[in-house]
Design a protein around this ligand. Structure first.
Ligand SMILES: Nc1ncnc2c1ncn2[C@@H]1O[C@H](COP(=O)(O)OP(=O)(O)OP(=O)(O)O)[C@@H](O)[C@H]1O
Ligand SMILES: [Mg+2]
Length: 257
């Protein structure tokens, strides 16, 4: 499998505090990989390196085999908050990337692409709405639609559902898992939630306490298509137990040190 997102011995510290201590793993083409790890271990730092917002002290991140040297419109990024423009309507937000030089499309193509993602994200009827009139869950659906609409080489998501209530969060996980089954974009998702990581992913990368490195990469043998019932399958529950044990042992070590 071609590696679309690669981290090779990535190290980074901030003002003498070591954060990433030689992180290495890869995300294959069309693969969905979640990154789990204790709070403050360096997950967002890692994603920001892949996005080109931060440079490592040493080591390298690559996307599609090319070293990442700065931000690039061929990478779609979704954050927990503030990912959409408050002054643009839903459809203008979703089509925004398609007006930029790197991803420019004709007006017709743009319209078709926006309509496609409005539908996939269940935003019909809200095309002309401004973000402030939408719920948090709908805003994140706009952010996802906007990221998918440019058909990026890779998608990078940093806790996109963390600010939502439990029910909305589950609904968006289901929407996203359906989307990944039709769109098959290479995706790296950062999350705190073991359940979310398993439900969405082919594999889960577990990071240790800061200074962090990869503790374990866990395959998720839960068959696709994933549905709400997948969460109750024995394979799902077994991976969940394993990951919860890993996360628990990690927070204990940090409490002791
Ligand atoms: N720009 C920065 N300057 C200085 N320190 C930083 C900077 N960005 C992150 N850090 C520090 O690096 C460490 C890792 O931060 P990061 O945001 O990557 O963690 P995280 O795993 O995403 O945490 P959380 O789970 O809480 O989102 C933290 O100790 C943080 O204080
Ligand atoms: Mg973070």
């Amino acid at each position: 499998m071609t590696t679309m997102i690669g981290f090779d011995d990535v190290r980074l510290g901030f003002g003498g505090v070591e954060v990433l201590d030689g992180v290495g793993f890869g995300v294959g083409e069309g693969e969905f990989v979640s990154v789990l790890g204790p709070s403050g271990c360096g997950k967002s730092t890692l994603l920001n390196i892949a996005a080109g917002f931060l440079r490592p002290d040493s080591g390298e991140a690559t996307v599609a085999g090319e070293p990442v040297t700065g931000p690039d419109h061929r990478r779609g990024v979704v954050f927990q908050q503030y990912a959409i423009f408050p002054w643009l309507t839903v459809e203008k937000n979703i089509g925004f990337g398609l007006t930029l030089r790197a991803n420019r499309r004709s007006r017709e193509e743009r319209r078709a692409q926006v309509a496609r993602y409005v539908e996939l994200m269940g935003l019909q009827g809200f095309e002309k709405s401004l973000p402030k009139t939408l719920s948090g869950g709908m805003r994140q659906r706009v952010a996802l639609a906007r990221a998918y609409a440019t058909e990026p080489q890779v998608l990078l998501m940093d806790e996109p559902f963390a600010a939502l209530d439990a029910q909305t969060r589950e609904y968006l996980q289901e929407l996203l898992v359906e989307t990944t089954q039709t769109e098959r974009r290479t995706t790296m998702l950062i999350t705190h939630s073991v359940e979310e990581a398993i439900f969405l992913s082919h594999r889960v990368v577990v990071l240790g306490n800061r200074p962090t490195r990869v503790r374990e990469v866990v395959d998720v043998p839960v068959p696709f298509p994933r549905t709400p019932e997948s969460r109750l399958q024995p394979e799902f529950l077994a991976v969940r137990r394993h990951l919860e044990d890993l996360m628990r042992s990690e927070s204990t070590t940090s409490a002791r040190s």
